[in-house]
Design a protein around this ligand. Structure first.
Ligand code: ATP
Ligand code: MG
Length: 270
């Protein structure tokens, strides 16, 4: 793998470019040459059937999985996975990961740490930031997700929606260039979904670049700028949310969206 800085970031080029990304697990070929572009400040949703490779793509974008081939450029960082087998150093990977804040379905908060401690942990350990400064940033991010008054609570004392908002604040504390959200509302009771979606909607309004894997079709349709439909490890169709949802070109996409369309664009979990 080659890691090269790319010179002269043009203002108008996509913030993220994924080219011909390939990933297998043993004999299971999961990503078969996926190319994706994401504009700065946009919200992109990845939709598709279970097992189609959505999480794998997101995890590759964060280097939690190392692709077998293809390229990823994020801002001025460029990784070419096809060039050679030189492995990525832990330091390079950790630095990169901090710029691609990832939020998971199951929160992954530390149970023995308070809300504020969870949020500032990365600043203290990865960034080695003085505690006072980290605390200020932590409180600012908790404020963004409406969790300031719970700063001293432990994760076990919080609802699922509150835990997920803390997990989002924790990712934001590292000031990532992009936020990658993998089914962040899937583990929540229905009445808690909206409070998390409201936070994502506000982040979108603030111009945060986000890629989210979601089964919430109405949210993808109505809030996202761009939709990418993935099936069997390839991008079947991508485009503006209205185009993909209302005017899909491919039969496979139309089939996938049929239930949502039949429901009159009311929220369904696909
Ligand atoms: N770490 C792993 N080791 C082995 N196989 C894996 C691993 N991660 C994913 N896979 C396999 O890759 C395929 C795609 O999985 P992935 O999690 O990317 O799908 P998905 O589109 O996110 O599905 P879902 O909507 O159910 O979350 C599946 O066949 C899965 O079993
Ligand atoms: Mg998944």
């Amino acid at each position: 793998m080659n890691v090269e800085p790319t010179a002269g970031a043009a203002a108008d080029r996509p913030m993220i470019e994924v080219r011909d990304l390939r990933k297998s697990f043993g004999t299971n070929v999961v990503l078969r040459g996926v190319s994706v572009e994401v504009q700065r400040g946009s919200v992109t949703s990845l939709i598709g059937p279970s097992g189609s490779g959505k999480s794998t793509l997101l995890r590759c974008c964060n280097l939690l999985e190392i692709p077998d081939g293809g390229q990823i450029r994020l801002g001025d960082k460029f990784f070419d996975f096809s060039a050679s087998k030189k492995s990525l150093s832990d330091r390079q990977a950790a630095a990169y990961r901090a710029e691609t804040g990832m939020v998971f379905q199951h929160f992954n908060l530390f149970p023995h740490m308070s809300v504020l401690q969870n949020v500032i942990e990365g600043l203290l350990t990865v960034r080695r930031m003085p505690a006072k400064q980290a605390r200020e940033i932590g409180l600012e991010q908790l404020n963004k997700v409406g969790m300031t008054d719970k700063q001293g609570d432990y994760p076990g004392q919080l609802s699922g929606g509150q835990k997920q908002r803390v997990a989002i604040a924790r990712a934001l504390a590292m000031s990532p260039e992009v936020l990658l959200l993998d089914e962040v509302t899937s583990a929540l009771d229905p009445e808690l979904v909206d409070e998390v979606l409201a936070v994502i909607r506000q982040l979108a309004a603030d111009g945060m670049t986000m890629i989210l894997v979601t089964h919430e079709m109405a949210f993808a349709h109505k809030v996202c700028d761009k939709v990418i439909f993935i099936a069997d490890g390839v991008v079947v169709e991508s485009g503006g949310a209205a185009d993909v949802f209302e005017n899909a070109k491919h039969e496979r996409t139309r089939q996938f969206l049929a239930r949502y369309n039949r429901a009159g664009h009311a929220e369904v979990r696909a």
